[in-house]
Design a protein around this ligand. Structure first.
Ligand code: ATP
Length: 139
Protein backbone atom coordinates (compact mmCIF):
# COMPACT_ATOMS: atom_id res chain seq x y z
CA UNK A 1 0.00 0.00 0.00
CA UNK A 2 1.24 3.49 -0.87
CA UNK A 3 2.41 5.56 2.09
CA UNK A 4 1.01 8.99 2.69
CA UNK A 5 4.07 10.62 1.06
CA UNK A 6 2.86 9.47 -2.34
CA UNK A 7 -0.91 9.89 -2.26
CA UNK A 8 -3.31 12.76 -1.89
CA UNK A 9 -6.45 12.68 0.18
CA UNK A 10 -9.13 14.72 -1.55
CA UNK A 11 -12.27 15.72 0.24
CA UNK A 12 -15.09 17.95 -1.00
CA UNK A 13 -17.53 19.31 1.53
CA UNK A 14 -20.67 21.42 1.16
CA UNK A 15 -23.34 22.60 3.62
CA UNK A 16 -25.22 19.38 2.75
CA UNK A 17 -22.27 17.24 3.89
CA UNK A 18 -19.31 15.46 2.36
CA UNK A 19 -19.73 14.90 -1.37
CA UNK A 20 -16.36 13.27 -2.09
CA UNK A 21 -13.57 11.62 -0.11
CA UNK A 22 -10.96 9.57 -1.97
CA UNK A 23 -7.24 9.09 -2.29
CA UNK A 24 -5.58 9.92 -5.61
CA UNK A 25 -2.38 10.70 -7.49
CA UNK A 26 -3.33 14.08 -8.97
CA UNK A 27 -5.98 16.74 -8.34
CA UNK A 28 -6.78 19.28 -11.06
CA UNK A 29 -8.91 22.31 -10.25
CA UNK A 30 -9.59 25.69 -11.86
CA UNK A 31 -8.73 28.55 -9.55
CA UNK A 32 -9.52 32.23 -10.09
CA UNK A 33 -5.97 32.53 -11.48
CA UNK A 34 -6.03 29.48 -13.72
CA UNK A 35 -5.78 25.72 -13.73
CA UNK A 36 -3.86 24.11 -10.88
CA UNK A 37 -2.57 20.56 -10.73
CA UNK A 38 -1.61 19.19 -7.32
CA UNK A 39 0.51 16.09 -6.91
CA UNK A 40 1.67 14.59 -3.61
CA UNK A 41 4.14 16.81 -1.73
CA UNK A 42 2.99 19.99 -3.50
CA UNK A 43 3.60 23.10 -1.41
CA UNK A 44 0.65 24.26 0.71
CA UNK A 45 -2.01 26.20 -1.23
CA UNK A 46 -5.16 28.16 -0.51
CA UNK A 47 -7.08 29.24 -3.61
CA UNK A 48 -10.55 30.47 -4.63
CA UNK A 49 -12.16 28.24 -7.21
CA UNK A 50 -14.17 28.91 -10.34
CA UNK A 51 -17.47 27.17 -11.05
CA UNK A 52 -15.74 24.31 -12.86
CA UNK A 53 -14.99 20.64 -12.68
CA UNK A 54 -12.45 19.13 -10.29
CA UNK A 55 -10.68 16.02 -11.55
CA UNK A 56 -8.98 13.40 -9.41
CA UNK A 57 -6.72 10.86 -11.10
CA UNK A 58 -6.60 7.58 -9.24
CA UNK A 59 -4.37 5.07 -11.04
CA UNK A 60 -6.21 4.17 -14.24
CA UNK A 61 -9.39 5.92 -13.08
CA UNK A 62 -10.42 9.53 -13.01
CA UNK A 63 -13.25 11.06 -10.99
CA UNK A 64 -14.95 14.25 -12.12
CA UNK A 65 -16.88 16.46 -9.76
CA UNK A 66 -18.86 19.60 -10.63
CA UNK A 67 -17.72 22.18 -8.08
CA UNK A 68 -19.71 25.36 -7.53
CA UNK A 69 -16.91 27.78 -6.66
CA UNK A 70 -15.72 27.86 -3.06
CA UNK A 71 -12.09 27.38 -2.12
CA UNK A 72 -9.34 24.80 -1.92
CA UNK A 73 -6.99 24.30 1.01
CA UNK A 74 -4.04 21.94 0.53
CA UNK A 75 -1.37 20.99 3.04
CA UNK A 76 0.24 17.79 4.28
CA UNK A 77 -1.08 15.88 1.26
CA UNK A 78 -4.67 16.61 2.26
CA UNK A 79 -6.78 18.66 -0.18
CA UNK A 80 -10.07 20.03 1.09
CA UNK A 81 -12.52 21.82 -1.18
CA UNK A 82 -15.32 23.74 0.53
CA UNK A 83 -18.11 24.84 -1.82
CA UNK A 84 -21.77 25.86 -1.69
CA UNK A 85 -22.60 22.80 -3.75
CA UNK A 86 -20.80 20.03 -5.62
CA UNK A 87 -21.93 16.88 -7.39
CA UNK A 88 -20.06 13.78 -8.44
CA UNK A 89 -20.50 12.98 -12.12
CA UNK A 90 -22.89 10.06 -11.49
CA UNK A 91 -25.07 12.15 -9.15
CA UNK A 92 -25.81 14.88 -11.69
CA UNK A 93 -29.38 15.06 -12.93
CA UNK A 94 -28.84 16.25 -16.51
CA UNK A 95 -32.51 17.09 -17.16
CA UNK A 96 -32.57 19.28 -14.09
CA UNK A 97 -29.38 21.04 -15.19
CA UNK A 98 -30.76 21.54 -18.72
CA UNK A 99 -33.95 23.05 -17.30
CA UNK A 100 -31.84 25.31 -15.07
CA UNK A 101 -29.80 26.37 -18.12
CA UNK A 102 -32.94 27.23 -20.11
CA UNK A 103 -34.38 29.19 -17.17
CA UNK A 104 -31.12 31.08 -16.71
CA UNK A 105 -30.88 31.91 -20.42
CA UNK A 106 -34.46 33.24 -20.45
CA UNK A 107 -33.79 35.31 -17.33
CA UNK A 108 -30.59 36.72 -18.85
CA UNK A 109 -32.47 37.81 -21.96
CA UNK A 110 -35.21 39.54 -19.93
CA UNK A 111 -32.71 41.16 -17.55
CA UNK A 112 -30.71 42.53 -20.49
CA UNK A 113 -33.88 44.02 -21.99
CA UNK A 114 -34.84 45.52 -18.61
CA UNK A 115 -31.26 46.70 -17.84
CA UNK A 116 -31.53 44.84 -14.52
CA UNK A 117 -27.88 44.32 -13.58
CA UNK A 118 -28.51 42.39 -10.32
CA UNK A 119 -30.85 39.86 -11.91
CA UNK A 120 -28.46 39.57 -14.84
CA UNK A 121 -25.49 38.83 -12.57
CA UNK A 122 -27.42 36.18 -10.61
CA UNK A 123 -28.69 34.51 -13.77
CA UNK A 124 -25.18 34.43 -15.27
CA UNK A 125 -23.91 32.59 -12.19
CA UNK A 126 -26.88 30.17 -12.35
CA UNK A 127 -26.06 29.58 -16.03
CA UNK A 128 -22.43 28.78 -15.18
CA UNK A 129 -23.55 26.25 -12.53
CA UNK A 130 -25.92 24.57 -14.99
CA UNK A 131 -23.38 24.45 -17.85
CA UNK A 132 -20.71 23.08 -15.51
CA UNK A 133 -23.03 20.26 -14.40
CA UNK A 134 -23.97 19.46 -18.00
CA UNK A 135 -20.30 19.39 -19.07
CA UNK A 136 -19.25 17.13 -16.20
CA UNK A 137 -22.20 14.77 -16.70
CA UNK A 138 -21.49 14.44 -20.43
CA UNK A 139 -17.73 13.71 -20.22
P1 ATP B 1 -31.75 24.28 -9.68
O1 ATP B 1 -32.25 25.57 -10.31
O2 ATP B 1 -31.94 23.09 -10.56
O3 ATP B 1 -32.20 24.07 -8.26
P2 ATP B 1 -29.31 25.46 -8.70
O4 ATP B 1 -28.04 25.76 -9.46
O5 ATP B 1 -30.10 26.63 -8.25
O6 ATP B 1 -30.15 24.45 -9.60
P3 ATP B 1 -27.99 24.90 -6.24
O7 ATP B 1 -28.63 25.95 -5.38
O8 ATP B 1 -26.60 25.15 -6.72
O9 ATP B 1 -28.96 24.54 -7.46
O10 ATP B 1 -28.00 23.51 -5.45
C1 ATP B 1 -29.03 23.11 -4.57
C2 ATP B 1 -28.83 21.62 -4.28
O11 ATP B 1 -29.25 20.85 -5.41
C3 ATP B 1 -27.38 21.24 -4.00
O12 ATP B 1 -27.37 20.19 -3.05
C4 ATP B 1 -26.90 20.72 -5.36
O13 ATP B 1 -25.85 19.78 -5.22
C5 ATP B 1 -28.16 20.08 -5.92
N1 ATP B 1 -28.27 20.14 -7.39
C6 ATP B 1 -28.52 21.24 -8.14
N2 ATP B 1 -28.62 20.93 -9.44
C7 ATP B 1 -28.38 19.59 -9.52
C8 ATP B 1 -28.34 18.67 -10.61
N3 ATP B 1 -28.54 19.04 -11.87
N4 ATP B 1 -28.10 17.37 -10.33
C9 ATP B 1 -27.91 16.97 -9.05
N5 ATP B 1 -27.93 17.79 -7.98
C10 ATP B 1 -28.17 19.09 -8.20
Amino acid sequence: MADNQSVLSVSIVTPDGQVYNEQGDLLIVTTKSGQLGIMPNHVPVIASLEVEEARVKRGENEDEIAVNGGFLEFSGNVATIVADSAERQDDIDVNRAENARERAEATIKKAQEAHDADTLARAEVALRRAVNRINVAKH
